[in-house]
Every structure is written in C-alpha cells, then in structure tokens.
Design a protein around this ligand. Structure first.
Ligand code: FAD
Length: 468
C-alpha cells in the first residue's frame, strides 16, 4: 500500500516539505493542503495600481533571503531559478534616531559596530566608542553553555547604548521583537559565539568578518519577486497541492498501525504522517486534542503582528539616495513605522525613472497601535511618518497595504529547550505528527526551507519504517 503523507499549510515551509517528499520519494502519496485560495503564505508578489508601474511585480511581504546560509539559495538553484536571482544594488542602510538619519556603521554584525571610526557623529557617546575600539570582553561573565537574551549578551560586551541604539533596531526589525527578550542562541548565534570567545565579542566578530568578502551579496531574490519560488514549487507539485482546504482537526484512527485522520473543510483524509507547517497557534489547536500538553506549549508561542505598506511617489516629488537601501527606526522615536526600504535603490529592476517606491513596515510585539487603525488611517499615519523622516508631503501615485496578523514568531530565551520538549511530547503521543516552519528555528525564509526539508526527511523515515 502506498504511504500517504499530508502537509498542512502551503507557505514556503509546507511547499518545501511537499516538494521534497514528491521529488525525493515519488513512491509516496503526498498532498499539501492550503486553506487560502493562493499558495505562498507570507511570500506574496503583486502589481501596484499605478499606470506607470503596472507591469512591475513588487513583493508585498518577504522580499529577499539571506545567502550566508545555503538552504534558500540551493533550493532556487535546484528549481532552475539561479539565472533569475538578483542582489541588492544598494547595501548601506541608515537609522532614524534623535530625529535624524545617520548611516549604520560598516562593518557591523547585527548592528554591533566593529570599527569606531565608521560610527556616525552623534550616534554613540565617547565612552561607547572606547568600548567599540576594544575587544568586547563581557563585563559580567556569560554562562558558557546556557542561552541568554540578545540584550544581556550585547549590553555586557559593548554597553547599553550600542545595544539600544544599534542592535535593538536592527534585530527587532527581523521579527518585530524586543531584543532584550529574544534568545541570542536563535536570533544572533554569531554574537553569542563571539561573546563566548576568550578574547571577547568584538575580537571574535572581527576575526569572522576578516575571512569574508565584503562585496559578496548578502541577500538574493528572484527578479520576478518571491512568488517565483512559490510558482516553481507548486508547478512541480501539480495537483498534489490543493488550495481552499482548511484543516480543522486531527485524530487517530482505531487499531494497531492506525492512520491519522485529518478533518478538513472538504472531508476527512487519512495519512501515515502529517507535517503541520502552519503558525504556532493553529498547530496548537490541531495537536491539542491528541496531546493537551503539546497544545498548551505551542499556544504559548507569541507572534507579533505587522503591516507593510508599498507606497509609490512621483520621482519629481521624492528622490532617495541611490546608495541607501533604506532605514530603520529606533523604538524610542515614537513613530509608527519601524523600517522603510527604498525598493528602487535596493533592487535595480525596480529602479523606475518616473517613480520612487517605498516599502514601509510597522508593528512590533510591544507596539500594537497599527491593529487599531483602519487601512485608510494607517496609510495616512505612515505618510505622516514619511513626511517627518524623508520630508515628502506630496500625494503618492499608488499605495498598497498588507496586514500580517500574528505573523512573526518571538523566540524567548530557552526557545531550543521548548522545541525539544515539544518534539519529545509529540514523539510519544503523536508519532508521525511533525511541527515545522518559522516556529522552530527562525522566521527567515532559509530557516523555513531548512525546516520543511527536515520535516520531509523525518516523515519519509517514518513512512519507510511503517512499510517494513
Ligand atoms: C511582512 C513580512 C516581511 C517578511 N520579510 C522577510 C524577508 O524579507 N526575508 C525573510 O527571509 N523572511 C521574511 N519574513 C518572514 C518569512 O516570510 C516567514 O517567516 C515565512 O514566509 C513563513 O513561512 P511558513 O510557510 O512557515 O508560514 P506561512 O507563510 O504562515 O504559511 C502557512 C500557511 O498555512 C496556511 N494555513 C493556516 N492555517 C491552515 C489550516 N488550518 N489549514 C490549511 N492551511 C492553513 C496559511 O494560509 C499559510 O498559507 C517576512 C514576514 C513578514 C510577515
């Protein structure tokens, strides 16, 4: 009998899991079920309603993936997308702090400057610069094996101001979190590793940076937007990918070697293994009936809600520095926006002679103000922030607002322990039910692809065991 595997969720994690299962084990019967009418989850590419830009695909959600780690890049190569990959043309970013824009120091690692000479005037105090000139030996001893918050590690090595004015805005931008509460092991392993080196964090970081090519691309994206990756995966999956099917429950059939019964909006399906590639609160509801402890644990995962507005201006009304990819906003500034990227400076193919396109983000785990605004009011407020930061008062030529409620997982100190705990619980009570995705080891697309790949491997092993 052919082994049947179900993947729940057609975001990048679920599509990767389904693709891997289908390609590596064609003998398996694989289906990916997606609740919404479209594939890709937070990977969404679309056109703006602007007569000049109406053929330019611009991402509404994620717009790039890191190339320092291999998983996304390798998958693109495998899917024949290598020729379509582009890297940001502008690499320098700025920071809006104290009511002004200043360039981020270069080089920096997650905001930690490595050379005090490159720190813009007014960004730090003389005593901070003295710390940055040193080796970054922690002022208080760090536990050599336990996780710690990004804040406690960075504050101990390079002081409070470097953390509050540089690292928190930068890292907080990745998952809309408070870096004082985030796990250094998950969010900034390179900082934790360097902080544990006997000669100090800065010495460790300088060593690691010395071995890298400063001109090598940091990010990639397919020229046609992130949905190119989604399209490539779904075209391989074909009718093994189904939209408009919401999974509503999970239970175990009767008898030895009973299959999993997956209740969906279109009926019940049986499976030997089930990969849950959905946000943690949905996975929590699905596993709660099988293992209340696993459900409770997953329900504790916190997510930040964010919104991202794409706003286009006539270029005569707004010109931005082509050497700058955009800017981050410190949480102390009181603005609604958390970051603004200059799409045309960042990506050469979006550099239109008649338009300046901005992608403006807002929402943090501790700033839920955007949730209380209507779309119209939120766009107006963000335009107000753009008037403050970039001085642009003119009406935009086009706007698009994407809301992403409960989208960005927060990783508290000790997150790896709770993942181990979750896996242990499910291995005992629900063998064959796997939780995958950004809930595990990071919200970045490469981490999700890695997690989908790993879930596919585990599900295959299980199916092979059952077959023997
Ligand atoms: C605004 C924004 C910008 C980002 N920018 C970047 C970036 O530039 N680079 C980067 O690396 N990362 C970025 N990220 C993070 C990254 O996009 C996400 O972490 C990643 O896409 C998550 O993928 P996923 O497949 O795990 O989850 P999701 O994308 O959430 O996919 C889960 C899917 O499951 C479906 N689903 C939910 N419930 C059910 C159910 N009951 N039954 C069936 N299907 C269900 C959902 O409809 C969804 O399609 C960004 C995230 C956001 C929100």
């Amino acid at each position: 009998m052919s082994r049947r595997l179900l993947v729940v969720g057609g975001g990048i994690t679920g599509l990767t899991a389904g693709y891997r299962l289908a390609v590596d084990n064609p003998e398996l019967d694989v289906t990916v079920l997606e609740a919404s009418p479209r594939a890709g989850g937070y990977l969404q590419t679309g056109l703006l309603e602007d007569p000049v830009l109406d053929e330019l695909p611009i991402d509404a959600g994620a717009d790039a993936f890191l190339v320092r780690v291999p998983w996304a890049r390798d998958l693109c190569h495998e899917l024949d997308l290598a020729d379509e990959l582009v890297s940001p043309s502008a690499r320098q970013a700025s920071l809006w702090l104290d009511g002004t824009l200043r360039p981020l120091p270069t080089p920096n690692v997650l905001g930690v400057p490595l050379d005090p000479a490159t720190v813009a005037d007014g960004l730090l105090e003389p005593e901070d610069l003295r710390l940055v000139a040193g080796d970054g030996i922690p002022a208080v001893a760090l536990d050599p094996s336990a996780d710690a918050s990004v804040g406690s590690v960075v504050r101990a090595c390079v002081g409070n101001r470097v953390f509050e004015r540089l690292v928190d805005p930068l890292l907080g931008g990745v998952n809309a979190g408070r870096a004082d509460d985030l796990s250094c092991e998950v969010m900034a392993p390179q900082l934790l590793g360097a902080a544990r080196s006997p000669d100090g964090m800065l010495a460790g970081l300088r060593r690691s940076v010395a071995g890298t090519d400063p001109t090598a691309p940091v990010f990639h994206s397919p020229r046609g937007g992130m949905e190119r990756l989604v399209d490539a995966l779904t075209s391989v999956l074909g009718d093994r990918f189904q939209t408009g099917v919401t999974v509503t429950g999970l239970s175990r059939g009767d008898g030895p070697n009973a299959r999993w019964l997956v209740s969906t909006s279109t009926g019940t399906q049986a499976a030997d293994a089930v990969v849950l590639a959905v946000p943690a609160h949905i996975a929590a509801d699905l596993v709660a009936s099988i293992d209340a402890g696993a459900g409770t644990l997953l329900a504790e995962w916190q997510h930040a809600s964010v919104a991202l507005a794409t706003i286009a201006y006539d270029r005569a009304d707004l010109e931005v520095d082509p050497a700058q990819s955009g800017f981050l906003v410190g949480r102390s500034e009181g603005l609604l926006m958390t970051a603004c990227s200059f799409a045309g400076s960042k990506w050469a193919h979006l550099d239109h002679p008649e338009r300046t396109v901005l992608r403006v983000s807002c929402g943090r785990i501790d700033d839920t103000r955007p949730n209380g605004f209507s779309d119209k009011a939120l766009l107006e407020a963000l335009r107000g922030d753009l008037a403050t930061t970039l001085g642009v008062e003119a009406p935009p030529t086009a706007v698009r607002l994407g809301r992403f409620p409960d989208s960005l997982v927060q990783f508290p100190v000790g997150h790896s322990d709770r993942i181990n705990q979750l896996d242990g619980l499910l291995a005992d009570s629900a063998p064959g039910v796997l939780v995958a995705g950004s809930v595990r080891t990071g919200v970045g697309i490469p981490a999700c692809i890695r997690s989908g790949t790993e879930a596919a491997r585990q599900a295959t092993e299980l199916a092979t065991e059952l077959a023997n």
